[in-house]
Design a protein around this ligand. Structure first.
Ligand code: OAD
Length: 240
């Protein structure tokens, strides 16, 4: 692939696994420890807000003790050096892509380090617990919730994502099981648009057969190797 072409990268929990953040569906993953219906739906928040707030407080605290890994670093390097557009669409709610230096990151499932005020709709960066019902910095109401897209809610910025896919030459899916739509459907959308597709994952995902190519291994190994490869090819073809 030439060096001035557009790349859309979808990332999932597997890209942050080696930073010590639990995935959802691997053995011992978050959805083995908690039922989705108890902690990740609007109904759960209505029914038992303390349980939901504690679940996200714990994850918010944990994520601030983790560091980006070689996969996050490699993607930031690609973004910085690539001649065309690179958009990282992440299902992850951590901030490890940004802390690795990536600038063009779209969080389709929200962000742990954001609070969303259900009274005034403002979003604020939030690093502390919410269990004690802190006041919204914008309107002072005690009506904050985690800025997380729960099951049954619409993922963020879908129009932008489909717009980027329409302009893309390559779609790469990294560290996601392909179990949750609409993200799981991006590979088929990309194919229909004639976009080349590549999967990088520890094991084959549910939609693996839709990809033109699959490379298996830990993200900290296969992502830097792929980035080195495409940057070297671009250099060779002289159009980076
Ligand atoms: P999953 O937990 O469903 O899948 C993680 C994927 O990463 C699996 O396919 C693993 O094989 C792979 N994996 C694990 N360790 C890896 C490593 N070291 N290197 C590379 N791959 C590795 O997580 P997601 O697909 O991100 O949504 O889950 C999608 C959505 O489901 C999440 O955003 C979340 C969840 O419910 C919401 O909360 C809305």
């Amino acid at each position: 692939m030439g060096g001035n072409r557009n790349i859309v990268i979808l990332t999932g929990a597997g890209v942050s696994a080696e930073s010590g953040i639990d995935t959802f569906r691997d053995g011992g993953g978050l959805w083995e420890q908690h039922r989705v219906e108890d902690v990740a739906t609007p109904e759960a928040f209505q029914r038992d807000p303390d349980l939901v707030l504690r679940f996200y407080d714990k994850r918010r605290e944990a994520v601030q003790t983790k560091e980006p890994n070689a996969a996050h670093n490699a993607l930031a390097r690609l973004e910085a050096k690539w001649g065309g557009d690179v958009l990282i669409v992440t299902q992850n709610v951590d901030d490890l892509h940004e802390r690795a230096g990536a600038k063009n990151v779209l969080h389709m499932h929200g962000e742990l380090l954001n609070a969303w005020c259900t009274a005034c709709d403002a979003r604020s960066r939030w690093t502390r617990p919410m269990i004690d019902r802190p006041a919204c910095p914008a309107c002072s109401a005690s009506a904050l919730r985690p800025d997380i897209v729960w099951f049954g809610e619409m993922p963020y910025r879908m129009e932008e994502i489909y717009g980027a896919l329409r302009q893309a030459d390559l779609f790469v899916s990294i560290g996601t099981s392909g179990a949750v739509y609409p993200a799981a459907g991006f590979v088929r959308d990309a194919r229909e648009l004639g976009v080349e597709t590549l999967e990088l994952n520890l094991e084959r995902s549910e939609g693996s057969s839709w990809f033109d190519e699959t490379r298996l291994g830990p993200a900290t190994e296969i992502v830097p190797a792929w980035v080195d490869e495409v940057l070297a090819q671009a250099l060779e073809s002289g159009i980076r």
